[in-house]
Write a protein that binds this ligand. Structure first.
Ligand code: GMT
Length: 384
């Protein structure tokens, strides 16, 4: 794509998947010469590089004794208007419908009254539709703001279908899968590191998430407890969130307790994946499962629930295993088979990276560029 765009990226700055995808897409687009303006209430966790094409506009909210809840949406809309006007943005790309799509609609309307037309793209990530979005406290606004977006993308076919099933959607939704940067996520020789964590050659099982209920991290513990009965192994739990303290309590009652490490939030997840032998993601729901893809890129086979977009990423019996949500026994049995059969494990490792390559950053980012470009051209030709 020849034209270089000025793109406003609105996202959550936290460790959640939508913020990760937004940040990595922004960084990739900046490398291709586009100017990326992140708009968020904090520096996104993965935005840890310097680039002359990347700008961060932090949203601050004024407090006042009248406000029981800070009017964040109002501040965000004002910030969007300010940045679009000052930086002469071509497009606004908002990640996660709540509240970003609704706020973008408001900003767009305000800008219209000031003579500026800006196309808005909303990318749906999952819980904004499947969990939070369907809540009556948000549903009408979610539906309206999806329909008012100039472009809508979803990170899997499953999420697209869920959106259509749950809401009255008049907009076409384009599926653009999440992607992986192999410069970062790849198997590297970290034997000294592995030696420190598993000094007697134990197998390393890993899980990363935001430790919310939907992730079923208690199942991770139970699956590992079963595996640990026959396979000398260690479990690395990476991330943090509301369920963590209950999980630490549960862990104390399990036989495997001394082999479990709660590592908290980690910036260099790839280094931990690089020494792992197996990844577990037994979620209740998962629109895509970026964490699984990151593991696969590091040649780590994945055992997951057969739910949401996970079957679009993991191929059962080829590079991982998919079982019914909550079927701890079946998942553990697959884990034991994989970790005790070296030949099979090697095959699954090779098949994991082969599958991950289907989601290569170099093939997915241009799809976003084309999508942006088409939309801008459609927008009355103002921006071309
Ligand atoms: O996984 C989470 O709870 C975080 C959430 C988010 O939006 O921040 O992740 C969702 O978006 C990711 C990136 O597109 C997907 O890989 C995750 O599957 C999806 N999570 C769920 O659907 C539960």
């Amino acid at each position: 794509m020849d034209k270089k765009l000025k793109i406003g990226v609105v996202c959550y700055p936290t460790y959640g998947g939508s913020g990760v995808v937004a940040t990595e897409l922004g960084i990739a687009l900046a490398r291709k010469g586009h100017h990326i303006h992140f708009i968020s209430y904090k520096r996104p966790a993965r935005l840890n590089i310097f680039s002359e094409n990347i700008y961060l506009h932090e949203v601050t909210t004024a407090n006042y004794p009248l406000f029981e809840y800070l009017p964040y949406e109002t501040s965000l809309a004002s910030k969007m208007v300010e940045v679009v006007e000052r930086e002469k943005l071509d497009i606004l790309h908002v990640h996660y419908a709540i509240p970003h799509a609704a706020v973008a609609y408001m900003a767009k309307q305000i800008l219209q009254t000031r003579g500026k037309s800006i196309p808005v793209i909303t990318t749906l990530h999952g819980t904004d539709i499947t969990l939070v979005g369907k809540n009556p406290a948000f549903a009408p606004v979610v539906e309206f703001s999806i329909n008012q977006s100039d472009g809508v993308t979803a990170v899997s076919n499953h999420l697209k279908q869920e959106t259509i099933d749950r809401f009255n959607i008049s907009k076409d939704i384009k599926v653009i899968y999440n992607f992986i940067d192999f410069n970062r996520f790849r198997r590297v020789d970290k034997d000294h590191f592995k030696q420190a964590i598993a000094p007697n050659g134990e197998k390393i099982v890993a899980h990363t998430s935001n430790f919310r209920k939907v992730k079923r991290v208690d199942d991770v513990l139970r699956i590992f407890d079963e595996i640990h009965k026959t396979v000398p192994s260690r479990l690395l739990l990476i991330g943090d969130g509301p369920e963590r303290s209950g999980l630490e309590t549960l862990c104390r009652d399990l036989e495997c307790r001394d082999s479990v490490r709660f590592l908290g939030k980690q910036d260099a997840v790839e280094e931990l994946l690089a020494i792992s032998d197996l990844f577990l993601i037994p979620s209740q729901n998962e629109s895509f499962g970026l964490a699984a893809l990151e593991a696969m890129a590091c040649e780590v086979p994945v055992i997951s629930s057969n739910i949401g977009g996970l079957p679009e990423v993991i191929q059962h019996g080829v590079n991982g295993f998919l079982e019914d949500v909550g079927d701890v026994k079946a998942m553990a049995a697959h884990g034991v088979r994989l970790l005790t059969n070296e030949k099979m494990h090697e095959q699954f490792r090779a098949a994991s990276i082969a599958r991950a390559k289907d989601f290569h950053i170099d093939s997915i980012v241009p799809v976003y560029e084309d999508y942006f470009c088409n939309l801008i051209q459609c927008d009355a030709g103002v921006h071309v």
